[in-house]
Design a binder for this molecule. Structure first.
Ligand SMILES: C[S@@+](CC[C@H](N)C(=O)[O-])C[C@H]1O[C@@H](n2cnc3c(N)ncnc32)[C@H](O)[C@@H]1O
Length: 245
């Protein structure tokens, strides 16, 4: 709330006025919960670096319970990072010593070079979060990034989300999808990439991941909203956790 400069009452009211976006809001909350829980387990298992890919206004770095034990890199478009740093200053949120900003455009620049310039240590076990970004990227940029993650010498984990192809959705989900897609496209950030779970898993295993957990709509509902599980859709957004160790 502080970084947005908003107030809770207005945000709640606006949300209530948009009931059709409820599923998306739940998905956004869940993917972050899932990623932060997986990160906590990975830190217990030896992870010492976190890379937040396409960080946007993600606030984990400013409330990390791990302190100096976990070095954090935020990666985003240079202009978006500049804007975020302005928001942080305005909200009087301190940039902690364990955080480094690494400006990178995934479509045009090398993540490897951008992280190396920021002091990333490829020999340390690393966790990557990549939330709400994959749908906006080309296949080429997605697989270049996943290839880089799979090659981190110290071992790596990644959590990201994606959607089933629109043509495989139910009529109701397709209508919600098309409305959201039109909104993000009008905002200048079109959705361009979708995956089929089986093919995605196969390709991830093919590039060096050894474990892939893929939660589709039914698994997400069963885990986080059991009371809604039987009513929910079967296709839609997925959350993936993959690891090389
Ligand atoms: C929908 S926001 C998600 C923000 C945050 N990760 C979250 O979960 O709320 C997408 C983010 O990806 C970033 N992004 C999209 N395409 C990118 C690219 N080609 N290079 C770098 N960042 C990109 C955007 O700037 C934005 O911060």
């Amino acid at each position: 709330m502080a970084i947005l400069g908003g107030d809770a009452e207005t945000v709640v009211r606006e949300a209530e006025e948009q009931p059709t976006r409820r599923l998306m809001r739940m998905f956004i909350a869940v993917r972050t919960r899932f990623a932060e829980d997986a990160l906590a387990a990975a830190v217990r298992g030896g992870v010492r670096q976190l890379v937040v890919l396409g960080a946007g206004l993600d606030t984990f770095a400013y409330r990390s319970p791990f302190g100096e034990k976990l070095r954090i890199f935020e990666v985003d478009y240079p202009a978006t990072q500049e804007w975020k740093r302005g928001r942080l200053a305005e909200a009087e949120i301190t940039v902690p010593g364990w955080l480094t900003f690494a400006p990178v455009d995934f479509e045009r620049q090398s993540l490897h070079a951008g992280l190396a310039a920021a002091g990333f240590d490829p020999s340390a076990q690393t966790f990557f979060t990549w939330l709400g970004v994959v749908p906006y990227l080309s296949g080429e940029a997605i697989w270049a990034t996943l290839g880089f993650i799979a090659g981190v010498g110290g071992g790596a984990h990644v959590v990201f989300d994606y959607s089933d192809p629109p043509e495989t959705l139910s009529a109701e989900m397709r209508a919600l999808h098309d409305a959201r897609a039109a909104r993000v496209e009008a905002a200048g950030e079109a959705w361009v990439s979708y995956f089929e779970a089986d093919k995605l898993r196969e390709r991830l295993m093919g590039i060096g991941f050894r474990e892939v957990e893929d939660l589709g709509p039914a698994e997400i509902a069963a885990k986080y909203f059991p009371e809604r599980a039987r009513k929910g859709p079967n296709r839609g957004g997925h959350i993936v956790r993959a690891g090389t160790i």
